[in-house]
Design a binder for this molecule. Structure first.
Ligand code: AMP
Ligand code: MG
Length: 327
C-alpha cells in the first residue's frame, strides 16, 4: 500500500510517500518547504498560507519523483486536517481534495498530533508508551486507553515550543529558535532563579516567559541555560508523575522540541529511575512532516474506507483526545 501525506498545519508544507508492508512502514520520500518569518517575528497565518500555496506543486512533484511513483500508483491520500492555522490547513486540504477527486483515490483527514505519535512509535519500535508531545502547537503527556489517547497533563497556556520561540524572537533570532537556544544554553552553567509552575499534572509557561525576558540583559547564555533547566524540569516532573501513576514501561518523546539533547537527557534519567525504556523520535522526523500524515492514512485505510469529498474538513482546534483510534 502506498500513501501520499500532506502536512500544512503551520510553518511547514510537506508531502511524503510512505509504503506499508504488514505493520511496518517505509518512508520513500519526505519533501518539505518551511515558511520563515522575518527575524524577530512569528508566523503570520496569511503569509504562511501564501508560502504553502506557492510551493505546493513543486513540493508534490519532488516528492513523487524522489519516491519513483506517479499519482496513479497511490492507494491513499491523507492530509492534516487540524489542529493548526486555518489558512494553512486549507491549502493542504485543497491539494488533497483535488488529487483525490481527479485521480479517484480514497482520502483521509488526519489529526496532526496523532501523526507525531504514531510515526514516532513506528520509527522507534515503542509499543505502548507514555508519550510526551512537545512542539510548536502542543505540550501534552498522553497515554492510550480504550481507543483514545488520554491527556495526563498539558500546558495551561503557551506550549514549550512557543516559549522557546518567543524568547528567541524577543532576542532577535530567526524562527524556529529552539536550536539556537539549545546552542547558547550549552555555553553557561550559571543558573538564574526563574518561576517554576507545575499545577497538579499541568504546567504553565507564561510567567517563565516574562521572567526570562527580564533576565536576558544580564546575559543571554545564562538566560537560555536557566530557561531550559526550568522548563524541562517542570515537564520532567509532570512526566515522572504520569509514569509512576500509569506504570508504563516505555516513554516516547515526539514533536519538534524532542530534538533537544538536554530534554532527552533529563527524560532518560527519569526513565532510569523507573526501570522504563526511553525513546525519542529521530531528529529528522521529530518536527512536522508529511510522513506523519502519510503513515496515519495507511493505518486508517486498513480499518475503514476513505471519506466522501463533501465530508472532508479542516478543524483549527481538533483535540487529540476526541479522536477514536481504530488500529
Ligand atoms: P513542530 O511544531 O513539531 O514542527 O516543532 C517546532 C518547534 O520545535 C519549534 O518551537 C522549535 O523551536 C522547536 N525545536 C526545534 N528544534 C529544537 C531544539 N533542538 N531544541 C528545542 N526546541 C526545538
Ligand atoms: Mg507539530
Amino acid at each position: 500500500m502506498l500513501s501520499l501525506g500532506i502536512e500544512s498545519t503551520a510553518h511547514t508544507f510537506s508531502c511524503a510517500v510512505v509504503e506499508k508492508k504488514g505493520r511496518q512502514g517505509k518512508i520513500l520520500s519526505d519533501v518539505r518547504k518551511i515558511y520563515r518569518p522575518p527575524e524577530g517575528e512569528g508566523i503570520h497565518p496569511r503569509e504562511a498560507s501564501r508560502h504553502h500555496a506557492e510551493n505546493s506543486s513543486q513540493v508534490l512533484s519532488e516528492c513523487l519523483k524522489e519516491a519513483h511513483v506517479t499519482i496513479s500508483d497511490l492507494d491513499v491520500i491523507s492530509y492534516a486536517a487540524g489542529p493548526g492555522l486555518g489558512p494553512c490547513l486549507r491549502i493542504g486540504a485543497v491539494v488533497a481534495r483535488s488529487l483525490s477527486s481527479y485521480y479517484d483515490i480514497p482520502i483521509y483527514p488526519v489529526n496532526h498530533a496523532l501523526g507525531h505519535i504514531e510515526l514516532g512509535k513506528m520509527l522507534t519500535g515503542a509499543k505502548d508508551p507514555l508519550v510526551l508531545l512537545v512542539s510548536g502547537g502542543h505540550t501534552m503527556i498522553l497515554a492510550f486507553l480504550s481507543k483514545k489517547w488520554r491527556v495526563f497533563g498539558e500546558t495551561l497556556d503557551i506550549t514549550l515550543g512557543q516559549l522557546l520561540d518567543q524568547i528567541g524572537r524577543y532576542s532577535g533570532f530567526a524562527s524556529p529558535c529552539g536550536p539556537r537556544i539549545e546552542e547558547l544554553a550549552l555555553k553557561s552553567t550559571e543558573y538564574v532563579s526563574l518561576p517554576y509552575v507545575v499545577k497538579g499534572n499541568d504546567v504553565s509557561f507564561s510567567g517563565l516567559l516574562s521572567a526570562t525576558k527580564r533576565v536576558i540583559p544580564k546575559g543571554i547564555e545564562s538566560a537560555c541555560f536557566s530557561l531550559q533547566e526550568t522548563a524541562f524540569s517542570m515537564i520532567g516532573e509532570a512526566t515522572e508523575r504520569a509514569l509512576s501513576f500509569t506504570g508504563k514501561k516505555e516513554l516516547l518523546v515526539v514533536g519538534g522540541v524532542a530534538a533537544n539533547r538536554r530534554l532527552s537527557s533529563i527524560l532518560s534519567s527519569i526513565c532510569a529511575r523507573h526501570n522504563c525504556k526511553f525513546f525519542a523520535a529521530p531528529k529528522e522526523y521529530a518536527g512536522d512532516c508529511g510522513s506523519q500524515i502519510s503513515w496515519i492514512g495507511l493505518l486508517e485505510s486498513s480499518k475503514k474506507p476513505g471519506i466522501d469529498l463533501k465530508d472532508t474538513f479542516v478543524k483549527q482546534s481538533w483535540r487529540l483526545d476526541t479522536v477514536e483510534v481504530l488500529y
